[in-house]
Design a protein around this ligand. Structure first.
Ligand code: DGT
Ligand code: CA
Ligand code: CA
Ligand code: ZN
Length: 582
């Protein structure tokens, strides 16, 4: 299938380059549509182009021009038009299109009027006043640009949690297939479940370190080997993400895992605690402190080293879940807290079907939820103003409610709530009138547009939705995108207080590009007494698998099953639901 992705990426690139060169919108859209068609095609376009190229044009979104370019790419590996376009535009310029608030027209002007060719030259042009002298570039716009550059530069050094976990698990799987491997695990921020990861840290204890190093370094996914030694290897993967492997002695695996899981700040606290107890902690174990360095190389027997549990216990601590190891007070714990787990989740409260922008039919969605063992699924297609998501008009919504009732009957054994993800307009009013909302079993209210409004307006907007008597849940409350978009920045304390007062729950959206609320918000919200929900915002069958990222975010905030709506049994969830329907 990879030819499909390659072709899609090239059409997407053509669209971006054409936009910057000022081509007409019709041509640009034709390539964008073709890119989406190729990405979603269920046939192998490479094969089709070789065997029956005439069939290409029959695909939705592929026209004569794009079909010819697919054939050209498959036979030559290049598209001449694309090569020509690339040569006509500076290499670093298309990347500017990814900046928040920068459209193709502005990028073109920046290039022509201020000689901007990439991120670095854009920053220089801001600093030396060239941008400010352009028409229409006020102080506020320039401030926004500075923020967008900072976000983009940060994004170049960090990867999303899902990407890091997927890469880390693939590496672990290969290491575990080696007969010489004793234990293998990932550590670092990936294990702590941070929303972004700077690099992947892998540990292995093995009877054959060379074999582990070989397996780690020699793999098609590896773009470059950065370091290769008997105890440590480091590689760069194709997308730039770096992975470190450390080979450790099996009896000290727990100490190494503790050390390399971090965070650094947590480790500092643990070492202080050890010293206060006349012990010394390093990556080889917890040792009695004799005032001399490197006890491991002086034949001193560790107090504990094999497992994390033993080391924490020897420090007088319960085992602390990795997600909490951020020096946010976790050393005060006296027992391991019961944090939410994926297996605790019994309901999905935010999902879409083909009625709006989902890819599962109503029936497929409900059956997928049932197959997961859920007792309840809330069907929450988009509301009327979400035009790009094919939001439901009132008439369509009313028909949809009937369809939900019918499917609930047909499938059986799972409660199906007829709901909506109602757009919160910029002033806080909801996208359907109250008498329509009252007909729904379940209302998620979410912000989708106007995500750059100022903090005071954002606060007012979200407060109005939280206080609405028919709203159960505030969906992805800030609208931020991980490594992409800041989203709303309301006064969070006001939101928490209103949510508690009005019995409105707040969502942790599990999509790895959202994770909204974020971990620090979850901690604050719980401190204020809020209830949370962990949702997959299902659009595809696979989206149910994003639950782990929402769960990790909840765990980092200290969320227990008792405070998570999706962990309630059916009766308790129903009781929560009915509070808003009296
Ligand atoms: P990242 O990669 O930026 O997302 O964050 P981490 O936490 O994975 O950091 P990384 O990869 O630099 O190091 C992994 C762990 O190793 C870190 O969480 C704690 C430990 N570690 C690394 N360097 C130091 C250090 O200089 N002092 C201490 N105490 N621990 C360190
Ligand atoms: Ca790391
Ligand atoms: Ca590292
Ligand atoms: Zn949404």
């Amino acid at each position: 299938m990879s030819a499909n992705q390659d072709i899609a990426a090239r059409f997407e690139e053509m669209a971006a380059l054409l936009e910057i060169t000022g081509a007409n919108a019709f041509r640009v859209n034709a390539f964008r549509r073709a890119a989406r068609a190729c990405e979603g095609a269920s046939v192998d376009l490479g094969k089709l182009a070789r065997q029956s190229p005439a069939e290409l044009e029959k695909l939705d979104g592929i026209g004569g021009g794009t079909a010819a370019r697919i054939v050209e790419f498959v036979s030559s590996g290049e598209i001449a038009d694309l090569t020509a376009l690339r040569n006509s535009v500076p290499t670093g310029l298309p990347a500017l299109l990814g900046l928040q608030g920068l459209g193709p027209k502005t990028v073109k002007r920046l290039w022509e009027e201020a000689q901007v060719v990439d991120l670095a030259s854009l920053r220089t042009a801001i600093d030396d006043g060239r941008i400010a002298s352009m028409a229409g570039m006020g102080a506020k716009k320039i401030e926004g640009l500075r923020g967008a550059i900072a976000t983009a530069e940060f994004a170049m050094t960090r990867w999303r949690l899902d990407r890091a976990q997927q890469a880390a698990e693939a590496i672990l799987e290969r290491l575990r297939e080696l007969p010489s491997t004793i234990r293998a695990a990932f550590a670092g921020s990936t294990r702590r479940g941070r929303e972004t990861v700077g690099d992947i840290d892998i540990l292995v204890s093995t009877t054959a370190p060379e074999a582990a190093g070989e397996e780690f370094c020699v793999h098609p996914g590896v773009a470059a080997v950065l370091a290769r030694g008997p105890t440590r290897c480091s590689v760069r993967l194709a997308d730039g993400l770096q992975a470190d492997l450390r080979m450790v002695e099996n009896p000290a695996f727990g100490a190494a895992l503790l050390y390399f899981t971090g965070s650094k700040e947590h480790n500092v606290r643990l070492r202080e605690r050890a010293l206060a107890r006349s012990q010394t902690l390093n990556e080889y174990g917890l040792f009695p402190d004799d005032g001399q360095p490197t006890p491991q190389s002086r034949g001193i027997t560790p107090v504990a080293a094999a497992t994390e549990e033993q080391i924490y216990a020897a420090l007088g601590l319960p085992w602390i879940p990795p997600e909490l190891r951020e020096d946010r007070g976790e050393l005060e714990l006296t027992t391991t807290p019961r944090l939410v787990e994926t297996a605790d989740i019994r309901a999905e409260l935010h999902s879409h079907t083909t009625a709006s922008d989902g890819h599962l039919s109503l029936r497929e969605l409900v059956e997928a939820a049932k197959a997961r063992g859920f007792h309840t699924i809330a069907v929450t297609d988009h509301s009327v103003s979400s035009v790009q998501a094919n939001g439901l008009s009132i008439d369509r919504l009313l028909a949809h409610i009937d369809a939900v009732r019918e499917v609930e009957q047909q499938v059986g054994g799972i409660r199906v709530l007829a709901g909506s993800e109602v757009d919160i307009h910029s002033d806080g009013h909801l996208d359907y009138p109250d008498e329509i909302l009252a007909r729904l079993d379940w209302v998620v209210a979410s912000p989708h547009a106007a995500l750059k409004q100022d903090s005071a307006k954002a606060t007012e907007r979200l407060l109005r939705a939280i206080r609405h008597p028919l709203v159960h849940l505030l969906g992805h409350p800030t609208g931020r995108i991980v490594l992409g978009r800041t989203g709303l920045e309301p006064d969070m304390d006001e939101l928490w207080a209103a949510a508690v007062e009005c019995h409105t729950a707040l969502e942790i959206n599990s999509h790895p590009s959202r994770l909204d609320l974020r971990d620090t918000h979850v901690r604050q919200a719980l401190g204020a007494g809020c209830l949370l929900a962990i949702d997959c915002d299902v659009h595809w069958a696979d989206d149910f698998n994003n639950l782990r990222f929402g769960v990790a975010t909840g765990r980092r905030g200290g969320l227990s099953p008792a405070r998570c709506l999706n962990c309630l049994d059916a009766a308790a969830l129903e009781a929560f639901r009915l509070r808003k329907r009296r």
